[in-house]
Design a protein around this ligand. Structure first.
Ligand SMILES: Cc1cc2nc3c(=O)[nH]c(=O)nc-3n(C[C@H](O)[C@H](O)[C@H](O)COP(=O)(O)O)c2cc1C
Length: 221
């Protein structure tokens, strides 16, 4: 039996963002205002006070924090390290985003070409902001068996990455995701101290010129 579905109907304000989100691979050198970076980080990784689960729930404090994206077991195993290349008033570098205090903490001030961190995708060198998403596997292992913990980590990072892209799109920025990471080059920049924390994904954004395939990539293809 076939069921004829309703023709497309409005889904409210999210609809235009869903239509507009697209991967872009070339960015202009227009700096991104810090206020936009703050908004993106707060709604991508920051804890949202209004969403905190009440103490009366009986959950321990560490499991009551909530983000805008769902989290495997509510453990918030995903962490974010912000690559800043061209943000108004902020020195280039890599910064840890603290979701509790909504602050950036400097990790590295020397930035190599972004492309060299991302498997030679040098068309991304001009990207003004990026977010390396890591996962604290030690948190997930507490609740999930090994392979399931790994799946949870990947899925959680995927949710967070999509949220980043939708917020950046809503703020008029172009977005670029990549899983082609050069871990050995990235890890020293993030200064990870916990051996159970691993980098899994990168999402970047900035003012684009609507180019989906950069000139370098197009000539390769
Ligand atoms: C898990 C994942 C990995 C990706 N890795 C890359 C990448 O390494 N380089 C790249 O240019 N795009 C990458 N992309 C972007 C895809 O190429 C893009 O999403 C796809 O072509 C669909 O286009 P759209 O995002 O505009 O809908 C990746 C996307 C996902 C979800």
């Amino acid at each position: 039996m076939n069921i004829v579905l309703q023709p497309l109907q409005s889904v409210g304000p999210l609809e235009s963002i869903l239509r507009e989100r697209t991967t872009v691979r070339a960015f202009t050198d227009k700096p991104v205002p810090l206020v936009l970076v703050s908004k993106i980080l707060k709604y991508t990784l920051g804890f949202i006070d209004e969403r905190e689960v009440p103490e009366a729930s009986g959950l321990p404090e560490g499991m009551r924090k909530r983000r805008s994206s769902p989290s495997g077991g509510g453990l918030n195993a995903t962490e974010g390290y912000v690559l800043i290349k061209n943000v108004e008033g902020v020195a280039p570098g890599v910064y840890y985003y603290d979701p509790h205090s909504h602050m950036l903490h400097v990790k590295s001030t020397e930035l190599p070409d972004v492309g060299s961190l991302l498997s030679g995708q040098h068309f991304a060198n001009g990207i003004p902001i990026g977010l390396f998403l890591t996962s604290r596997f030690d948190k997930s292992w507490w609740k999930y068996e090994h392979s399931r913990a790994y799946r949870m980590a990947l899925l959680e990072v995927g949710h967070v990455a999509q949220t980043f892209q939708l917020i950046a799109t809503a703020l008029g920025l172009g977005t670029w995701p990549t899983g082609a990471l050069s871990e050995k080059r990235i890890e020293p920049l993030l200064k990870l101290t916990n051996p159970n924390e691993q980098v899994l994904f990168f999402v970047g954004c900035g003012y684009g010129d609507g180019v989906i395939t950069s000139g370098e990539l197009a000539s390769l293809v």
